[in-house]
Design a protein around this ligand. Structure first.
Ligand SMILES: Cc1ncc(COP(=O)(O)O)c(C=O)c1O
Length: 404
């Protein structure tokens, strides 16, 4: 079927204005039984925890999936779909990962397996692995689940953004062989800038580290500057694995797929060999979905990022005016806000308090740090603002009332 012959999506018009479309999200429809986000806390709770957007799938993705189903569901290209590899090579070149070899791609059923594979292959049990905390919890869980030790470098609050504590990171790097980097960083929403990346690369070179750089949120940026991969510097290519996927930008977490990418094909082979048979392969539909996203999902993504930018600004304004004691820095990327509510008398159980009193479900800050640091992050929350303006406003009003 040619592009022109394809039927229009039955769910969404091709050209939709996110302001009006997303404004109409209906909590009753969102709370279907398949949704982890909407079912965990039950009726009446606005879920702003797990990193899913409440938005429907982009129309070109829906069309491609419908078409794929008509072909049947045999094994897809298990060694890596050449059309997907080509599309990713073009896309990642735009982030500075130029000249990636076709053998430099290992497809996985998600990004998290790539994190575990890197820890498993590039460090030994008992060894420290460096990472900057707080961080997306599977980072520190991969380290401890696999019997390694977290060598953490806590981020510190700068004047207007979260910053790397270079002394702490030097100390962590000196004990480690592997650095786990989250870029953009979940939960703080930082995009490490060129100066920081240059300094990070110097540190990595001096301490002779391997790096796994999780760049899953790279397409959800509000900074306006181009995204620079950690391995954009050719000097880092031999020692770096980059891991990414479509699930955050295109809201497709239910169709798990991810990819480990490296210029160093020997390193990639070594990492794959250590996990042989354990990870499985991505599903046929997930491959189709990612190809459609890369080929035709651009306009949807641009509109969605603009909508998210509006939500971020709404959140910033609301907190500044209504809850001025809540400390936070404006989010540069992701749809996740990292909020410091330690000044509240109920900081010690703030997640439970907001759930009970505001009927709003957020992620509890201590989840994002390893055991030894949990007490320091009581009173922090991570709030997912990827929903309609109406629902975001309702949730913030409820929180403001409860916290008053
Ligand atoms: C930084 C980061 N990496 C990985 C994931 C999960 O990816 P996947 O579901 O593909 O394993 C998330 C989900 O929120 C994330 O924020």
């Amino acid at each position: 079927m040619t592009e022109a012959q394809r039927p229009a999506s039955p769910v969404l018009p091709d050209a939709f204005h996110p302001d009006t479309f997303y404004g109409a999200l209906d909590p009753v429809k969102l709370a279907h039984a398949d949704s982890l986000k909407w079912t965990l806390y039950g009726e009446g709770v606005i879920p702003m925890w797990v990193a899913d957007m409440d938005f429907p799938v982009a129309p070109p993705i829906l069309r491609a999936l419908q078409e794929r189903l008509e072909h049947g569901l045999g094994y897809p290209q298990l060694m890596g779909d050449p059309r997907l590899i080509e599309a990713l090579r073009r896309k990642l070149a735009g982030n500075g990962l130029t000249d990636l070899p076709a053998e430099g791609f290992a497809f996985l059923p998600g990004v998290v397996p790539g994190l575990y594979m890197a820890v498993n292959a590039l460090s030994e049990p008992g060894q420290p692995v460096a990472t900057m905390t707080p961080v997306y919890h599977p980072f520190h869980l991969a380290i401890t689940d696999l019997g390694r030790e977290v060598a953490s470098a806590p981020l510190r609050a700068g004047a207007d953004r979260w910053e790397i504590d270079w002394d702490a990171l030097e100390a962590a790097a000196a004990r480690s062989r592997l650095l786990m980097l989250c870029h953009p960083h979940n939960p703080t929403g930082r995009v490490w800038d060129s100066a920081e990346l240059t300094r990070l690369r110097d540190l990595v070179r001096r301490h002779d580290l391997f790096v796994i750089s999780d760049e899953l949120h790279a397409d959800l940026r509000f900074t306006g500057r181009p995204f620079e991969s950690f391995a954009a510097d050719p000097a880092m290519r031999e020692r770096t694995l980059t891991v990414t996927g479509p699930c955050k930008a295109y809201n497709t977490a239910g169709l798990g797929i991810g990819v480990l990418v490296s210029h160093n094909t020997d390193l990639l082979k070594r990492v794959k060999a250590k996990a042989a048979g354990l990870t499985g392969h991505p599903s046929a539909l997930s491959i189709t979905m990612w190809r459609a996203a890369l080929a035709e999902g651009g306009p949807w993504l641009t509109q969605t990022v603009e909508y998210l930018r509006g939500n971020r600004d709404l959140l910033t304004q609301f907190l500044t005016e209504r809850l001025p004691w809540v400390k936070f820095f404006p989010v540069e990327a992701t749809y996740l806000a990292w909020l410091d509510l330690r000044a509240h008398p109920r900081a010690g159980d703030i997640q439970a308090f907001l759930l009970e009193e505001a009927r709003v479900a957020v992620h509890n800050g201590p989840i994002f740090v390893p055991e030894a640091e949990k007490a320091d992050y009581q009173g922090f929350i991570r709030l997912n603002f990827a929903t309609s303006r109406a629902l975001l406003t309702e949730a913030l009003e409820r929180m403001a009332r409860a916290l008053a």
